[in-house]
Structure formats: C-alpha cells, structure tokens
Design a protein around this ligand. Structure first.
Ligand code: PGA
Length: 262
C-alpha cells in the first residue's frame, strides 16, 4: 500500500519532497527524475530552487517529463516544453540537454511514444517520479480507462481535464484535444513514486486512488501496484480517506531506519 503523509501546507509538502530529492542526488548526482507539470508539483520545484540557491548542485540530474500536449508549438507558453523549461530547468539550474519532454509535434507522432520509451530505458530508468492527480483520477494524461500496462502513447483528453486546464489558455477551445503521455506501465517502472495532491477538489480522486479497488477507471489506483509509492497530501485532499488515523499513526511511529520517501 502507498505510504500516506498528511502535511499542513503545500510548502511543507514541497520541503519534504525536496529533502528526499536532495538525499537521492547526494548518493546519485546523475539521478533521473520524472517531472510532473501543473500546479501541484510547484512547491517541490520552489523548495528545490531554494536549495540550489543555497548551493545544491543539480547540474548532473537528468529528467523526463510525464506528458505533453499534441499539436501545440513547443514555443507556446503552455506547452510542457515551455513549462518544464520555465518552472524546472531554469530555477533548478538543470542541464537543458538532459531534460526530456515527449515530442508532441504531429509530424512523427506515430513513433514519438516508442522513442520516448527508448530514451527512458537508455537512461537506466526513472529513480523518482513526481506525480499530480487529476480530479478524474488521471496521472500523467492517463485518463480513465487507461491500461495498467500502457506505455508512452497518444491519449485523448477528457472534457473534465480540458475544463480543468482551460485556466492556462484563453478558452477551453484552445486546450488541445490530444496529449502524449507516459503510460501507467511506464510510471510503474519508476523506482519510486511520489504523488502529491492539495485541496478539496482532489479528495475524491485521492481516496479512490489509495483505498478504492484497482481499476482502470481510476488510473491513479495503479500506484497500489508499486512497492515504493508515497502520497503527500494536505488536510483537504486527505479528507475522504477512510484510514486517515492509521496513516497519521504510521507516520508518527515511522521507524528511524525507514527514510521518508526514499
Ligand atoms: P494540477 O493538475 O496539478 O494542475 O491540479 C494535476 C493533474 O492534472 O495531474
């Protein structure tokens, strides 16, 4: 089962995950991070950027974004190429050549998934995958119905996801219809998973992912199949978890030999 950690704020979540990443990079300077986009991982990137300003060197770290829209120019400010460059590569002083985002250009899209899988495998695999969760239970852009065995491929976005992401565009009509996303099978190959969720709007999806039955209808429930998955949530996102008191107890009694996240 995933370890659930309830934190008091987004900032505290960011600090917790940044600390784990600093420890990972301490033992493996060229660690491979799986990078989520959206609002959720921003506290992690902000906390890491603070550490970089204080001297942490992430210049050998490699990265793979989870997903990209299909058919928007990479130079569009909301393409995940742009978002990753702006929110992650710049502030964390990563080597841009070592950070990959799926190729969402329509020309060659048929092979883009396979090319991305080869790139991930050739890197030795993702050491720590950061995940957000959609209100519809998606991780990456694996919408409900996605196979637990799926690899990087094109997915059609649900209306709900396009509505959720319309805030980044002039209108919902400007939100791309297709995405290219790491599959659930790709995500499950990462050595560690850290799923973050904040706010009441995520509470239902979090409960279904952590405690609901394994189901392709809740793609995030795939994390139950991973031996090292940690879920970091604020009180609101945790509010529908049935076993909340147990998770609090387990964290309070965490053995000292069992480091947080790693
Ligand atoms: P959000 O998106 O972090 O912007 O809420 C999460 C997701 O859709 O995976």
């Amino acid at each position: 089962m995933a370890e659930v950690i309830v934190v008091g704020s987004r900032k505290a979540a960011g600090a917790l995950v940044a600390e784990a990443i600093e420890r990972l990079v301490g033992t493996r300077p060229d660690a491979v991070l799986g990078l989520a986009t959206g609002d959720t991982p921003l506290p992690v990137y902000r906390a890491l950027a603070e550490r970089v300003r204080a001297g942490l060197d992430l210049s050998a770290v490699r990265g793979f974004a989870l997903d990209e829209y299909v058919g928007i120019p990479v130079t569009h400010p909301e393409s995940y190429h742009s978002v990753i460059a702006r929110d992650v590569v710049g502030p964390l002083k990563l080597n841009p050549a070592a950070v990959h985002v799926p190729d969402g250009r329509t020309l060659g899209i048929e092979t883009a998934g396979e090319r991305y899988e080869v790139a991930i495998t050739s890197s030795g695999g993702i050491d720590l995958q950061i995940l957000g969760i959609g209100t519809d239970g998606h991780i990456g852009f694996n919408e409900p119905g996605s196979s637990f065995a799926s690899l990087t491929r094109v997915k059609t976005l649900t209306r709900q996801t396009r509505e959720d992401n319309a805030r980044f565009f002039a209108s919902i009509d400007d939100v791309p219809v297709h995405s290219i996303t790491q599959g659930l099978g790709t995500i499950l190959r990462a050595k560690r998973l850290v799923l973050l969720a904040f706010g009441a709007a995520k509470a239902h999806a979090v409960a279904a992912a952590v405690e609901g039955p394994l189901s392709a209808s809740v793609p995030a429930s795939a994390i139950q199949l991973h031996p090292r998955a940690t879920v970091v949530v604020d009180e609101e996102a945790a509010s529908m978890l049935t076993e909340l008191e147990y998770y609090r107890d387990a964290f309070a009694q965490k053995p000292i030999w069992d480091p947080v996240i790693l």
